[in-house]
Every structure is written in structure tokens, then in C-alpha cells.
Ligand binder design. Sequence first.
Ligand SMILES: Cc1cc2nc3c(=O)[nH]c(=O)nc-3n(C[C@H](O)[C@H](O)[C@H](O)COP(=O)(O)OP(=O)(O)OC[C@H]3O[C@@H](n4cnc5c(N)ncnc54)[C@H](O)[C@@H]3O)c2cc1C
Length: 384
Amino acid sequence: MTSETRERQELRAAVSKFAAGYGPKYMDQCWKADEYPWDLWREAGKLGFLGVNIPEEFGGGGAGMYELSLVAEELNAQGSGLLLMVVSPAICGNVINRFGTDEQRQQWLPGLGDGSKILVFGITEPDAGSNSHRITTTATRDGSDWLLTGRKVYISGVDVADAVLIVARTEDAKTGSLKPALFIVPRDTPGFEYRAIEMALRIPEHQFELAFDNIRLPAESLVGDPDAGIMQLFAGLNPERIMAAAGGVGTARYALRRAVDYAKTRTVFRTPIGAHQAIAHPLAQIKVEMELAKLMMQKAATLYDAGDDTGAAEAANMAKYAAGEVGARAVDQAVQTLGGNGLTVEYDLGTQLANSRLMRIAPVSREMALNYIASTTLGLPKSY
Ligand SMILES: Cc1cc2nc3c(=O)[nH]c(=O)nc-3n(C[C@H](O)[C@H](O)[C@H](O)COP(=O)(O)OP(=O)(O)OC[C@H]3O[C@@H](n4cnc5c(N)ncnc54)[C@H](O)[C@@H]3O)c2cc1C
């Protein structure tokens, strides 16, 4: 996009060049070896890419979600997406920066920015799923401490995290609309149990079930005000959706590039397959939809960075929906374009089929994104 500032264009070029040195082969090797992509993560941290949104006073780049989503888009466009960027610098970095105490900001932000610390995020529960108003993880005061009891599911990256930012509700607000209370729970807290879920995905990041029964947390584990209401949580969920959109846009770019390169040269009748409209039009359509999703993602990030959480929520849901759809369709169409090669491991597109479905399910499903737009934007009545 040529209207981007010179700084943003330079950042884009630098991340793209860096990410090309890793790519899908590296990610797949990590998956096969059951290793977190530490080299990529640490180098991205050292170069300042993971912390572009962290304030300069904490060692970060002092920019915002526009830049962080730009980094995620470029990583994904090279087949080197880092799922934990969604949770560590984006959700947790923003929530702690905006609502944390000075001590919490000092303790976490420099490490989240350079990648030396990882914070992951736990909201999903087995019995609540998409309905976060139904979460039952409960925090009870005990003197100045908190006792936390609950279960979470599909929490990414717990094995490599220093701590999990857990969304709970306080004993006083146990029922009704969610008044989230956010707690930083170190992974080594006595009684904090986590178990890997075997997923049908080919990504090097693992997902976990969590269980904790009356684990004891000091007062300073609480982030923000338990009475602040839902907007405090949206300070994290809007960045989450913007980053998910960046993943979708980047994945669409990656798959499209691979498909176009192939379609230009593969000839089985008289002309390259890309000359057949049945191959060309779906790719052209993906290009259009990808560019539109990207614009909406940039709008969402711009609104968020300007402090408009409500405007950002609408745009982030739209961007997440559009990018998730085009990302998943792009991978599917790229596989189709490559024919049998599309399903080989060597061409690494078929291996992304299941991964690309993730964009329609998490962090917010396409149905819940559409529900938001139907009820909040259009004012339609709710079925739920
Ligand atoms: C790989 C992966 C990583 C994840 N990482 C994290 C993480 O780090 N932290 C975290 O907290 N969570 C994480 N999640 C959880 C993710 O956010 C949820 O899976 C997602 O929000 C959907 O919830 P659910 O799986 O319980 O589905 P459900 O809520 O059970 O929904 C099932 C289906 O029903 C549809 N549905 C439900 N209600 C409605 C409705 N009212 N209208 C229309 N359709 C509806 C949904 O859209 C979906 O298609 C992750 C999930 C995956 C797969």
C-alpha cells in the first residue's frame, strides 16, 4: 500500500526480508521436531518486531497495533506466522500497558517486547465456549490474596509461557453479564495444572486444557479493576481480532503468491493453467477480497491506536471475518491450483489446509463475528 508512511514501508520490507529467511519449511521442521520456533521468535524479538507496539519507555518500538499487525501480516505472508504474537504482545501487552500497575508494566512489558518473556491468554472454557458471559472461573478474596478456581480449554502456548493471563469473574459478580477480572497466573503456581490437547493442526504451537482449584495468588496478580466491566477486556480482544485478521491476510497473500507462480508456468494443454478462467478468476477474486480485508484490518488498527475502542470493535470483527474467510479460501484454492502437488508435503500448501480452518474458528468464530455485526451494527434482534 503506497499511502503508508516511509517508516511503515521500511518496517514492512525489513520484516518481509527477515521472515523469508525462515518460511514454511522451518515451521514444519519445528512441528516435526515438536519444538517451539525459538530461533524465529527470539530473533524477531531482538530485532524489535515483537515489541513494535510496546511503549519506548519499556524498550519497545513505541508504535501501535497498526505496526504490530503489519509485522504479523508480513510474517504470515512468508509462511512464518507466530501464533503467540496474538496473545503475548497484542492481547497481554495492550491490557497490561493500559490497565496494569507501574510494577506490572515494569515487570512484563520489556520482556513481552523483546520476546524474552511470554504471556498467553485464557478465556475459553469447556462449558462456555463462544459465550464468554458464561465463564465460571471464579476469584475469591482471602485476606489480601486471591483464590482462583476454574477450567480453561484450547489455551495456546502454555508450555513456553511464563504466565497465563486468565479471565475470571469475582465471587461478587459470579452470575449475569460478564464483569471480567484479569489475573496473571505464573505457570509454576502450585496447583496450576495444564495438559496438552492433541490437535489436528500442523503448527508448532500447542494448545492446553487448564485446571486449578483454589490456587493462591498475591493481590498484585490482578490486572486492572474487577469492576471496570467489559471494555477492559476489549482492550485485549480488539488487538486479538486485528492480529487474527493479519494472520488471514498474510496467509492469503502467501497462498495466492504460490498459486499464481505455479499457474504461470504449469502447462498441460496448450497454455499455462493460469490462462484458464476457471483457475484465474478465483485467484483474482481472492486478491480483491484479501485487499479489502487488509483495508478493514488497517482501519480497525487505526481506530484502536486512536483510542476508539468501540469503533475498533466493529472494524476488528469485520476484518477478522473477512480475513479469516479469504485466508481459508486462498489456501483451498491454492491447493486446487497445484493439483496433485497441492497435496504433497513438499509444496507445503496441503499441510496448511487444517491450519487455515482455524481462522474461521478462533479467536472468534465467523458466526460470532457475524452475530456481532448483526446485533451491534445492524441492530437486529438476537437469537441467543
Ligand atoms: C488452535 C486454537 C487455539 C486457540 N487458542 C486459544 C487461546 O490461546 N486462548 C483462549 O482463550 N482460547 C483459545 N482458543 C479457543 C477459541 O477461541 C474457541 O475455540 C472459539 O472461540 C470457539 O469456541 P468453541 O470451540 O467452544 O466453540 P462453540 O462455542 O462450542 O461453537 C461451536 C460452533 O457453534 C457456533 N455457535 C455458537 N454459538 C452460536 C450462536 N449464538 N450463533 C451462531 N453460531 C454459534 C460457533 O460459531 C461454532 O461454529 C483456541 C482455539 C483453537 C482451535
